[in-house]
Structure formats: structure tokens, C-alpha cells
Design a protein around this ligand. Structure first.
Ligand code: NAD
Length: 373
């Protein structure tokens, strides 16, 4: 099996889908690996590092020629993939809902596109889950960026010149990113509170030493919901949540929003009217900015100031930690390949549960239920 690792071409993308570590491990399975020149530069990995790990380093066309599996962080341009073997796998974060035309192009090219963000949330797939590995880093980075933009300190400090009060930080949406945001803000010394629609998160918030803020009057989502994801909430719930949150928001210095609903626009959690009640100098980081945003007025890669409050969100937050984000992403892809490696055939062979979940195209057709649905 020949693996191809392309340089990412999307604007602002700094990550790479394989590292020298995972190249070595793929070769140890019996595969060969080709890496495009410069693929790792933005993640501080040189061509020499890949070559030393055993990869063939060269231009895109050479890397793609005869490839059985093409790796990417984001979806590679189908036009780049001419020259791959018929039926070759494209393994990446393919954003299937965001770019359906590209999925159709993979089908037309006879490629088998595997969307890593469709990995089912089952225990054995945890080590292959790109959403988790990247969200975790994003939650950390959001707090660091917010702290940097905040004109005050996070921890309480007792000094000879007087006391500096601790920052109040509120995390909205306590999935993987939110949990890491809570932990990071706590480590920096902030007073942290958090909310979610899934009642299972209450215990998690408490266990991290933060204060849970929950709607009590209308039922939220009991347990974990389908695959651990949230769904859109009733109007009654949304109203109760808005009322509860309004009073709380006015007292916050830092707000990190992370709420997402798969296949839909992000829920609106903070309105301009609510921002107007916040203290000037407060900072809101909208981690959902590229999915439509949790915060009214947030703009990707911009610091927007409304009513003296800074609203910020990177379109691609993990790309701001390129080395660690690449290391974890690359391990997710390697763990996926190695879990399905068939020694006799010398190639990966998917099982039904995971194959059906992540396979978008095969035999010239779009085959994924979530896209046909
Ligand atoms: P996500 O990125 O889809 O959403 C982030 C959070 O926003 C979620 O906690 C969600 O409940 C919350 N949210 C949605 N709408 C909201 C609203 N209107 N108000 C407030 N909060 C709202 O979620 P995620 O980070 O992918 O994690 C979801 C769950 O899946 C977690 O419990 C996580 O531990 C679990 N998970 C399991 C596995 C696995 O078993 N393999 C892998 C990853 C995550």
C-alpha cells in the first residue's frame, strides 16, 4: 500500500496529516509513504525529517502517482488526485455537509472518500477521532487567546500595591472543547462556571472545580443523546436558557462558547442585547464562528468590538497550534489505518460499523446515509 501525504492548500491551514512518527509507523506496517515537498513546514516539520523517517519527498503529482490512500487534514482538491490508483481512499476531514460538490467529484473520479469527522463515537474509535483531538486543543487555545486580549489578569493576586481580583470565566457548551476550556481557565486562576443542554455534563463541570449553570424549569437532554451529540432545543428551553444566561453573562469577564449541533448551524447563545449588558473590556471567544457562530456579531479571524466587549474567534482554531494539532491528527489517522490493517493483504480493510459510518463514496456513487438521507 502506498500512502500519499499532500501539503494542505486551504487558506490558514497550517496542519499536516502525517508526521515523521506516523510515517515510520506506516512503513513498519509494510507500507510506503510519499510526502509532498513543504507539507510540514507550517507545522515545524522539514522535508528532511520526513525523508529521514523513510518517506519519498517530492512534488504533488509524484506523490499522488500510484497512491492507494491519500491523507489530508482538509479535503484535497479532486483535480489534484488524478494519478491515484482507481478506487483509492481519500482519508481526511472532508466537511461533507459543507461541500457536497466536492463529495460528488470524488464519486465521479471513482475514489473512495472516507470522512474522518463521521467516525462513530464508540469506545474503540476514540483514538481515531479527529473531532475530539482537535476540539481539545481548540478549547485550550480559545482560553489562551481570550486571556491575551483581556486587559486584566486571570488569577487573584495579593500584592503590596493592592489586590487584583480573579477573572470570571463562563464556558457555554461542555463537550470536548468546553471541558478543556474549563480546565485551562481554572489552571490560570479564573473563577469558572459552565452550562450545557446535556444534563450529563453537570457532574463533569463539578469534577473540574467549576460551577454548573443549568436551566431547571424546562427539561434538557438527559444522558448523552444520540452518539453523545446535542440536538436543537425547544423554543421553551431556548427562552428559559436565554433568561438564565442573561443575568449570569452580565457578571462575566471571559466567555468561551463551543456549542455545536452536527449538520446544522451553531445555536445562537448570545445576542447583541446581552453583550450590551456585559462589562467593557470583557472578551468573548466564539469557537463556533465558522459554523455560523454562537455569538451575534462574531466574525472569523476578526476582533470585533461591540459595547466595549471584544468578540473573537479563529475560523480554524487548531491551526493556531500547528505542531500539536498535527501530531494528534496524524496519530488519529495512523490509529485508524493500523486498527484495520490486514497483514495478509498488506492493506487496511474496514469493518461494517465504521466503514458504513465514514464512507461517503464508492464505485462512482455517493453511498453515505447521512448524505442521501
Ligand atoms: P459538540 O462539539 O458537538 O458540541 C459542543 C457542546 O455544545 C456539546 O456538549 C453540546 O451538548 C453543547 N451544546 C449544543 N447546543 C447547545 C446549547 N444550545 N446550549 C448549550 N450547549 C449546547 O460536542 P463534542 O465536544 O463533540 O462532545 C459531545 C459529547 O460526545 C461529549 O459528551 C463527549 O464526551 C462525547 N464524545 C464521545 C466520544 C467517544 O466515545 N468516542 C468521542 C468524542 C466525544
Amino acid at each position: 500500500t502506498r500512502f500519499a501525504v499532500l501539503k494542505e492548500r486551504a487558506a490558514g491551514e497550517t496542519r499536516v496529516s502525517a508526521t515523521p512518527e506516523t510515517v515510520r509507523k506506516l512503513i513498519a506496517l509494510g507500507a510506503s509513504v510519499a510526502v509532498e515537498t513543504g507539507a510540514g513546514f507550517a507545522a515545524s516539520i522539514g522535508d528532511d525529517d520526513y525523508a529521514a523517517a523513510g518517506a519519498d519527498v517530492g512534488p504533488a503529482a509524484q506523490v499522488i502517482a500510484g497512491a492507494d490512500v491519500v491523507f489530508g487534514v482538509q479535503a484535497p482538491d479532486p483535480a489534484l488526485l488524478a494519478g491515484a490508483k482507481p478506487g483509492a481512499w481519500v482519508v481526511a476531514g472532508l466537511d461533507p455537509f459543507g461541500n457536497r460538490a466536492r463529495v460528488d467529484a470524488y464519486a465521479a473520479a471513482g475514489l473512495e472518500a472516507l470522512a474522518m469527522e463521521f467516525m462513530p463515537r464508540i469506545t474503540r474509535a476514540q483514538s481515531m477521532d479527529i473531532l475530539s483531538s482537535q476540539s481539545n486543543l481548540a478549547g485550550y487555545k480559545a482560553v489562551m487567546v481570550a486571556a491575551n486580549l483581556y486587559g486584566r489578569a486571570f488569577p487573584m493576586m495579593m500584592t503590596a500595591a493592592g489586590t487584583v481580583t480573579a477573572a470570571k470565566c463562563f464556558v457555554m457548551g461542555v463537550g470536548v472543547a468546553g471541558l478543556q476550556a474549563i480546565a485551562t481557565a481554572r489552571r490560570l486562576g479564573a473563577q469558572v462556571s459552565a452550562t450545557d443542554v446535556r444534563s450529563a455534563t453537570r457532574e463533569q463541570i463539578l469534577s473540574l472545580g467549576a460551577k454548573p449553570i443549568f436551566v431547571e424549569t424546562v427539561a434538557g437532554i438527559e444522558g448523552e443523546g444520540a452518539g453523545g451529540y446535542a440536538t436543537e432545543m425547544s423554543e421553551a428551553y431556548q427562552q428559559a436558557q436565554a433568561e438564565l444566561v442573561s443575568g449570569h453573562l452580565a457578571k462575566q469577564d471571559i466567555v468561551i462558547t463551543t456549542a455545536l449541533i452536527p449538520g446544522r448551524a451553531a445555536p445562537r447563545l448570545i445576542t447583541d442585547a446581552q453583550i450590551a449588558t456585559m462589562k467593557p473590556g470583557s472578551v468573548i471567544y466564539d469557537l463556533a464562528v465558522s459554523q455560523g457562530g454562537n455569538v451575534e456579531g462574531s466574525e472569523a479571524d476578526q476582533v470585533v468590538v461591540r459595547h466595549g466587549v471584544k468578540i473573537v474567534g479563529y475560523a480554524n482554531t487548531p491551526a493556531h497550534l500547528p505542531a500539536d494539532a498535527s501530531a494528534l491528527f496524524a496519530r488519529n489517522l495512523f490509529n485508524f489505518i493500523s486498527a484495520f490493517w490486514d497483514k495478509e493483504q498488506g492493506r487496511p480493510v474496514l469493518d461494517e460499523e465504521i466503514g458504513n459510518a465514514i464512507r461517503l463514496t464508492r464505485g462512482g456513487k455517493v453511498v453515505n446515509e447521512r448524505l442521501l438521507g
